[in-house]
Design a protein around this ligand. Structure first.
Ligand code: C2E
Ligand code: CA
Ligand code: CA
Ligand code: CA
Length: 285
């Protein structure tokens, strides 16, 4: 409470205001941050459940902010989407990741098939007219096969998508780029709708993995995952599960027929060299 005639700028909720200032501050700092090279990428292995081998990685962007330290994508991706900076930022992430993937391929050889890189695509990038040309250009300059790239698009971004929105994804898919439906199972999309989408991979949302934490797991959840996996396989789609934190979850998901897994149980996201070591140990047994 404050007395009448007091400071008119006194705030009702200082914490909410601090958040707003930070949000505003972060938003205005974004473009210069890209110029100054404050973003970096961590890679999290994608593990083939058939033999536990590391066959690829997902690229996850971070911001090393000079005052606030390392910020996760949930802090700044929405701001970058709001201002449109996501387009050059996303292009930068794609370029770095594709070059990194090519580098890993050269260092590892490809006994188990070429090493693959997954990159997240925001809905704003999907509607940007340069998407296909930029992607082709980035792949060509790095010398990476389109089949070694997977673009992850969230289920919610594609719900109700019309043909114009799907056209660039379809062209990329025709070139051999994999499209994954990220956070699958959270968007209430019509399963029959899947046939219409140019996707080749379903990434089951972490919430399903979490429900396997209890032992015995909820039988209804098991049935749901089993159903999704068998539907996916009948449509020729691969299933990746994310958020695997325990060996019990990994076993359960393997039994349910999932193809690929990702999560802290295998490795946290980390620098490129860490991934190189994981994949190398793996390749040499
Ligand atoms: P996502 O695509 O669903 O990525 C998976 C998130 O789960 C990552 O969070 C990852 O660090 C986290 N994670 C991995 N394993 C585990 C686990 O075992 N347990 C738990 N609890 N979490 C796990 P992160 O790195 O904070 O990224 C958050 C989201 O930010 C991503 O969710 C993605 O939607 C977005 N994002 C990240 N990088 C980019 C990017 O380059 N572009 C765009 N557009 N979005 C990005
Ligand atoms: Ca993702
Ligand atoms: Ca996800
Ligand atoms: Ca997510």
């Amino acid at each position: 409470a404050k007395s009448a005639g007091g400071n008119r700028y006194e705030l009702a909720d200082p914490e909410a205001d601090a958040r707003a200032i930070t949000r505003h501050g972060l938003t205005t700092a974004l473009p210069a941050a890209l110029d100054r090279g404050e973003f970096f990428i961590e890679y999290q292995p994608l593990v083939h459940l058939g033999d536990d081998s590391v066959r690829g990685a997902e690229a996850l962007v971070r911001w090393l902010h000079p005052q606030h330290g390392v910020l996760g994508p949930d802090r700044f991706i929405p701001l970058a989407e709001h201002t449109g900076l996501i387009v050059p930022l996303g292009r930068w992430v794609l370029e770095q990741s594709v070059r990194q993937a090519r580098d890993w391929q050269e260092r590892h050889g490809d006994q188990a098939g070429p090493f693959r890189i997954n990159v997240n695509l925001s809905p704003c990038q999907l509607t940007h007219p340069g998407l296909v040309a930029d992607t082709v250009d980035i792949l060509e300059r790095a010398g990476l096969e389109p089949a070694s790239l997977c673009l992850e698009v969230t289920e919610s971004a594609l719900i109700g998508a019309d043909d114009d929105l799907l056209k660039p994804l379809r062209r990329l898919a025709e070139m051999g780029v994999d499209i994954a439906l990220d956070d699958f199972g959270t968007g209430y999309s019509n399963l029959a709708n899947l046939r219409r989408l140019p996707v080749s991979i379903l990434k089951l949302d972490r919430s399903f993995t979490q429900s396997m934490q209890q032992f015995p797991a909820d039988p209804v959840d098991l049935k749901i995952v089993e159903g999704i996996v068998s539907l996916a396989h009948s449509l020729d789609l691969k299933v990746t599960v994310e958020g695997v934190e325990t060996g019990a979850q990994a076993e359960q998901l393997k039994l349910l027929g999932c193809d690929t897994a990702q999560g802290w149980y295998y490795a946290r996201p980390g620098p490129p060299d860490r991934l190189h070591e994981l994949a190398l140990v793996d390749a040499t047994g």
